[in-house]
Design a binder for this molecule. Structure first.
Ligand code: GDG
Length: 472
């Protein structure tokens, strides 16, 4: 076993992989999270007797110490918490992270707010995360920081003379220099990222954008560009930069999608929709996901191709997210209004063109939706990766689904050849892609889906973790 494999892994992310809330009787309860990152990191943390550090997502009134008792014995890794006040959550998380970095890094400058108070709190909270981490880290540990909320942690860890290997992974896109330059705190964020030993991006494009920003902002820094990773050098310090497309646990999705429960639920879903072709959209409520543009493309399809009336249905699942932020409340209203307008115009007795669900589906239902849908319509305006696209392929066990994918999703770099790629701003082009998918013959569908599934199976999440850690 190599030295790296023996190191303990410390994962740091804004949120811990747990939910703390009260049950029906008002008793506090803790449930383990089940998101993509947990699936990816939990086995590695277990294997390395690791630790996960983050904000528990609850107020200080929750009896965290007692709730966390026994967590390590059950899950195989331990947790350390970084408490945050409500004001810190508002300014660091909802403010600077979600109203500044999130839209800027997704190329949506019009959504950005540049608020110095939010910035100051972001700096402070990043320091706090670093202080907690420095207090728990052992000599031989490897520290892996996740995502845009924590870009600055590395600087503070270096100040505290933490000598451990420091790695960072960005789950969202990295913008081109012209966009990054708009950020009033671009130098600090850049220095933050350069304080890590390894910085990982989702795609080659993101990695190139980052290297270009470095070249423009720090001309003295030399870049040694290689296929898998590049190395940046200046004054004796060096930083590795690579792209590591995140993925899913293919085998798990594939297995669950074949279960009797999911098969029955998928069959039932189709029966209820009178065996029409089902077009599926699944997204968190977010303006980056291109949901209004997608609904407009579906409207255009109905306008352009009347023969599809009664024969096709869009099922759009929107999972509530960041509902404290006014932008997200506005988007929700826009979606309600759009779906209502189109259904009123085109609906007929026995056919509702758009089924729009605003809640999270239980996992079995989600898989049944993936399995039942003949077409997945995944059209973000910009997306780091988009795991829904990969999950759809893994759950399409009947092999006849068509993936329509935005060229601006990170997933397009790997899946672009077998999916139908669209520009989500091109309403007509997207409508035509749905039309093409609707009429696609069985053989072409099967061939494309076979290639998609093979790609996701090979490039699965376990490989993602391995590649990343091996690059350090
Ligand atoms: C960020 C980046 C990057 C969705 N609806 C339901 C449900 N989901 C789950 C999906 C999927 C996850 O949520 C969404 O993941 P995405 O990757 O699509 O998007 P973000 O949340 O924006 O994630 C993104 C990702 O980080 C990882 O690096 O790919 O680009 O923005 O796993 O399954 N789960 C359940 N019910 C639902 O209704 N149970």
């Amino acid at each position: 076993m190599s030295e790296k494999q023996q190191r303990r892994l410390i994962a740091v992310s804004n949120r811990l992989p747990i939910a703390v809330d009260r049950d029906d009787q008002g008793q506090w309860q803790l449930t383990a999270g089940a998101g993509g990152l947990v699936t990816a990191l939990a086995p590695v943390l277990k294997h390395h007797q690791g630790m996960w550090i983050g904000w528990p997502g609850c107020g200080e009134e929750a009896p965290l110490d007692s709730l966390l008792e026994g967590f390590a014995d059950k899950q195989g890794y331990s947790l350390a918490t970084v408490p945050l006040s409500q004001e810190e959550v508002r300014e660091y998380y909802e403010g600077f992270s979600n109203m500044t970095l999130w839209p800027l890094f997704h190329d949506l400058l019009g959504h950005c707010q540049f608020n110095p108070d939010h910035w100051r709190t972001y700096v402070e909270v990043n320091r706090r995360f670093a202080d907690v981490t420095a207090g728990t880290v052992g000599d031989n540990d490897l520290i892996w920081v996740q995502d845009y909320q924590l870009t600055l942690m590395g600087v503070r860890l270096r100040e505290l003379k933490v000598k451990n290997p420091l790695a960072f992974f960005l789950h969202i896109p990295f913008p081109a220099p012209d966009m990054f330059r708009r950020l009033p705190w671009k130098n600090e964020i850049m220095q933050g990222l350069l304080s890590y030993d390894l910085v990982g991006f989702q795609t080659l494009r993101d990695r190139r954008n980052f290297v270009q920003c470095v070249r423009e902002m720090i001309p003295n820094m030399k870049a040694d560009i290689r296929r898998r990773t590049s190395t940046l050098h200046e004054d004796g310090r060096s930083v590795k930069v690579g792209h590591f497309p995140i993925s899913i646990d293919f085998n798990e999705f594939n297995r669950q999608a074949r279960s009797k429960e999911v098969a029955d639920a998928a069959w039932y879903l189709h029966e209820k929709l009178s065996r029409r072709q089902l077009v599926l959209g699944v997204d968190r409520l977010d303006y980056t996901k291109g949901i209004p543009e997608r609904i407009l493309a579906f409207e255009r399809l109905l306008e352009k191709y009347p023969e599809l009336h009664r024969n096709i249905t869009l099922l759009q699942v929107v999972v509530p997210s960041r509902t404290q932020v006014p932008e997200y409340q506005k988007l929700k209203e826009e979606l309600d209004q759009l779906a209502g307008r189109i259904n009123a115009q085109y609906g007929e007795p026995g056919w509702v063109p758009i089924h729009y669900i605003f809640r999270s589906l239980p996992r079995e239902q989600l898989l049944a939706h993936y399995r039942a849908a003949e077409i997945a319509l995944i059209t973000p305006l910009r997306d780091g990766m988009n795991l829904v696209a990969k999950e759809y392929c893994a759950a399409s066990v009947d092999g006849n689904g068509v993936l329509i994918l935005s060229e601006f999703a990170g997933a397009a770099e790997q899946l672009g050849r077998a999916a139908l790629l669209v520009n989500p701003y091109d309403i007509d082009g997207t409508a035509d892609a749905i039309h093409r998918a609707y009429h696609m013959g069985a053989e072409e569908r099967r061939d494309r889906m076979r290639r998609l599934r093979a790609s996701v199976q090979r490039n699965n999440v376990h490989r993602w973790v391995r590649h990343f850690i091996d690059s350090l």
